[in-house]
Design a protein around this ligand. Structure first.
Ligand SMILES: C[S@@+](CC[C@H](N)C(=O)[O-])C[C@H]1O[C@@H](n2cnc3c(N)ncnc32)[C@H](O)[C@@H]1O
Length: 304
């Protein structure tokens, strides 16, 4: 999500995009000059009560916002060629703020365990826990990690159960994005928390997000995992499996003996091969696997 706001913008509406193309589509749009990409989230609403379950369908509708002049005929042509199953429509709208449009689609929702994600401009709904330590505030324009993605939810579930099982003193979050995984560990009482991310923009937004959530005790550090010299009780990494494989020795080195590692971002198609390779090369023991949709995540343990 870019962070430019403008009084004039063009909106490209993509209908029927295949969900598996979501990441590719987003990248292509940003490459072509988009300032923001937002799924038109569909929420189920049981009775007249507010029920914020997000309905995930195999096809999705997406709004792409442009705040700069681009050749829209060319953009649509390129998108049609790449995503032939989707329908595209451009509307140019004056005196509107795309950020405001993006905000309209984003509602509070139950995220993982007792935690709710609340957009920073909204009040928690009555269904959210009264305990404000269970509210995670998010802003538009943040890095990956607003809690809507399966891989974040899977990792968060494992972080929660692991911290509750055995109160841990320290946690390293590799590929921290908005810092959301470190944030829930902090709220559950973990004292020493460090987040790393290869992307400077993610590190910047993580710091902003942690400030928004009054959790600046979480340190976002500027070095890479290869330069990490501390060891932690828990190491969590939600990054695509190919990258996790590359980082496996560094991730394992940062874990204390007897410590636990949480990996997420593993595609189901490759999971058995991935976990086999990862555990064989690091000596970590696979304890538990969980999955949602096409994604798998796991809890591993280092020998004492
Ligand atoms: C899938 S997002 C996860 C964000 C957040 N932790 C969550 O669970 O929602 C992956 C993050 O890993 C970062 N990343 C990718 N490769 C990395 C690497 N080699 N070292 C550190 N971070 C990396 C990306 O910049 C991105 O912010």
């Amino acid at each position: 999500m870019g962070e430019t706001s403008s009084t004039t913008y063009a909106r490209l509406h993509a209908a029927g995009l295949s969900r598996k193309d979501e990441d590719d589509f987003t990248l292509v749009c940003f490459d072509m000059g988009a300032s923001g990409v937002a799924e038109e989230l569909k929420f189920s609403q049981m009775d007249l009560r507010y029920d914020p379950d997000v309905i995930e369908t195999p096809r999705m509708d997406v709004n792409v916002f442009f705040t700069q002049e681009v050749d829209f005929a060319k953009v649509v042509e390129a998108l049609k060629a790449r995503f032939p199953q989707a329908q595209f429509q451009i509307t140019s709208e004056e005196n509107k703020d795309w950020l405001a449009e993006w905000k309209k689609g984003f509602k509070p929702f139950p995220f993982a365990g007792p935690f709710w994600v609340i957009p920073s401009w909204l009040q928690p709904p009555p269904e959210a826990p009264a305990d404000t330590s269970k509210h995670i505030y998010v802003e538009p324009g943040m890095a990956f990690g607003t809690g809507t993605h399966e891989t974040t939810r899977l990792a968060a579930g494992l972080v929660i159960s692991e911290v509750l099982r055995s109160p841990s003193k320290s946690l390293l979050d590799v590929g921290t994005g908005t810092g959301i995984l470190a944030l829930i560990a902090y709220r559950l009482g973990v004292a020493h928390l460090v987040g790393l991310d290869i992307d400077p923009e993610a590190r910047r937004t993580a710091r902003e997000n942690l400030e928004l959530n009054t959790a600046t005790a979480i340190e976002i550090r500027d070095y890479q995992i290869s330069d990490e010299t501390e060891v932690y009780d828990i190491v969590v990494a939600n990054i695509i499996d190919g990258v996790l494989t590359v980082l496996r020795h560094d991730l394992s080195r940062a874990l204390k003996p007897g410590g636990r590692m949480i990996l997420s971002g593993v595609l189901m198609d490759r999971e058995s091969e991935f976990y086999q390779g990862f555990t064989a090369d690091t000596g970590l023991r696979l304890i538990r696997k969980v999955s949602e949709g096409e994604w798998s995540a796991a809890l591993l343990e280092k020998e004492v």
